[in-house]
Design a protein around this ligand. Structure first.
Ligand SMILES: Nc1ncnc2c1ncn2[C@@H]1O[C@H](COP(=O)(O)OP(=O)(O)O)[C@@H](O)[C@H]1O
Ligand SMILES: [Mg+2]
Length: 257
């Protein structure tokens, strides 16, 4: 198995607040890893460190086997140009889709390709269309975002990230702000991506998705990984009281027999 993301002893503090307390995680090619945890446990901070929207306080991150940054006398240093290049290799989708309202759907999906990757408009348009088809929104290409449902906007945000040909996709609670009836269509697109072999690290409270789609589930508690395992095991028989309480709090989750 090829490792795509390796996180080694990741620590992150904001002033005196230590948010991540030594995280180790490897995500292999084609794997879907789901990260669970209560609000404030550090899930978003962890994802943001992986694509260097936050600079780790200490620890190392490797993408496709390459160490990000330079190590000098035990401390990592990062050049902004390197981080920009790195970010373009990692797709990220957030709770709030942040589409440009004054651009059509397809222009939104083309923008990063043209600005960041330097693709021609015609190439970008072709790639954008292919990704919109992948999330089932080809017929909305010329619409403006205001005319889409929340679920459709989120699928456009996924297509926009995919159009950059990322080596890994990070999803941060992408269904949390959606009306319940729109959650399914977004999870379906994510499931399809996973089945197509995309490498994915997903923060979600959708335990059904974790159960049916993830290869591995991690439970983050107070900045550290408390449990980790196959979804069918860890979600049915958590080892710690803390994770059991967390799962019981998601009472809508019915485990298949
Ligand atoms: N930029 C920041 N500055 C200061 N504190 C932050 C910042 N980002 C996150 N935090 C704090 O870090 C902790 C973890 O936050 P977060 O990673 O967003 O958790 P989660 O995504 O699991 O809800 C929280 O206490 C939050 O207030
Ligand atoms: Mg969060």
């Amino acid at each position: 198995m090829t490792e795509i993301v390796r996180i080694e002893n990741l620590h992150k503090s904001f002033d005196n607040l230590e948010v991540l307390k030594g995280i180790d995680l490897t995500v292999n090619s084609g794997e879907t890893v789901v990260l669970l945890g209560s609000s404030g446990s550090g899930k978003s901070t962890m994802l943001r460190c992986v694509n260097f929207m936050e600079i780790p306080t200490s620890g190392k991150i490797y993408l496709n086997g390459d160490l990000v940054g330079n190590e000098r006398s035990g401390k990592m240093t990062y050049r902004e140009s390197e981080l920009c290049a790195l970010r373009s290799r990692i797709g990220m989708v957030f709770q709030h889709f942040n589409l440009f309202p004054h651009m059509t759907v397809i222009e939104n999906v083309m923008e990063g390709q043209v600005i960041v990757l330097g693709r021609s408009k015609s190439e970008a348009r072709e790639k954008a269309m292919a990704q919109l088809e992948r999330v089932g929104l080809a017929e909305k290409a010329e619409e403006y975002p205001a005319r889409l449902s929340g679920g459709q906007k989120q699928r456009v945000a996924i297509a926009r990230a995919l159009a950059m040909d990322p080596e890994v996709m990070l999803f941060d609670e992408v269904t949390s702000a959606l009306d319940p009836e729109l959650v399914g269509e977004v999870l379906k697109s994510m499931r399809q991506l996973a089945e197509e072999g995309m490498t994915m690290l997903c923060v979600t409270h959708e335990l059904g998705f974790a159960y049916h789609v993830a290869n591995r589930v991690l439970f983050l508690n107070d900045g550290a990984i408390l449990e980790e395992g196959e979804p069918q095991k860890i979600l049915k028989t958590p080892k710690t009281d803390r994770m059991r309480e967390f799962l019981e709090g998601h009472s809508l989750f019915k485990l298949p027999d």
